[in-house]
Write a protein that binds this ligand. Sequence first.
Ligand SMILES: Nc1ncnc2c1ncn2[C@@H]1O[C@H](COP(=O)(O)OP(=O)(O)OP(=O)(O)O)[C@@H](O)[C@H]1O
Ligand SMILES: [Mg+2]
Length: 231
Amino acid sequence: MAEGSTPVLALEAVTLTLPSAAGPVNILRGVDLAVAPGERLAVIGPSGSGKSSLIAVGAGLEQPTSGAVRLFGQDLARLDEDGRARLRRGRAALVFQAFHLLPDMTAEENVATPLEIAGAREALTTARQWLGRVGLSGRLTHYPHQLSGGEQQRVALARALAARPALLFADEPTGNLDSRTAAIVADLMFDLVAEAGAALVMVTHDPVLAERADRLVRMADGQIETRTIEA
Ligand SMILES: Nc1ncnc2c1ncn2[C@@H]1O[C@H](COP(=O)(O)OP(=O)(O)OP(=O)(O)O)[C@@H](O)[C@H]1O
Ligand SMILES: [Mg+2]
C-alpha cells in the first residue's frame, strides 16, 4: 500500500461470534485486512468459511464481537446505525448474488431512488444514463420480474455505481448467472470500477474472476491467508 494513503477499509483482529441453537458459532476468528484506495481484492474460500460475514462486518451491516473495523478511516464502533448508514451513503455500495432489487420499482426507479435519498438533483436523468451505460436503455420501465438475471444484475451495478462510490462490495456478483452473462457483468463491473477509481472487495467462487483482481485473499474456517498475485 502506498505510504500515507489511508485504507478505504481496515479490519484489525476482527472476530464475529453469533449464537445458534447448537451454541455460539465462531464465524470470524481474528481477521486482519486492509484495502487500499482503488485496490481490487478478491475473497475466495469454501462455503461457510466466512466470506459473506467478512463483507457484512466490513460494510458495517454486522457488528464484530471484538476487534476494529475502519471504513474510510472511521472506526465503525464509534458510530451508531444512522452514522454508519451516513458514512456508507454515496461512498460504499453493495452488490449481491441475488440482485436485491426492489420488486415494486422499475429499473430506473431502482437506480434513481438511492440518488434521490442522497439528495442528488436530476436523479432520474442520472439513473437513465447509468442504465444506458450497462446496456439497458430499452428496459428503463421494466420491473425486476420482467428482467433476466443478467439484466437485473446490470441494474444492481448501475444502482451501486451511480452514486460514484469509493468502495464497492460485491458478494458473488456473478454467482447466479450463466458463464456468458457472468463474463459480460464482470467486464462491466471491472470497467466501471476502474473508471470510478473505486476499490473493490469481491467474493467469488469463480477462479477466472478472482484472477482479475489485484490481490487474492483466501478464507478458511473464519480466518484469512493472503497471497499476492504476481503481476
Ligand atoms: N446469523 C448467523 N447465526 C449463526 N451462524 C451464522 C449466521 N450467519 C452465518 N452463520 C454461519 O457462519 C459461517 C460463515 O457464513 P458465511 O455466510 O459468511 O459463509 P460464506 O463463506 O459466505 O459461504 P458461501 O460461500 O456458502 O456463501 C457459516 O458456517 C454459517 O452457517
Ligand atoms: Mg456467502
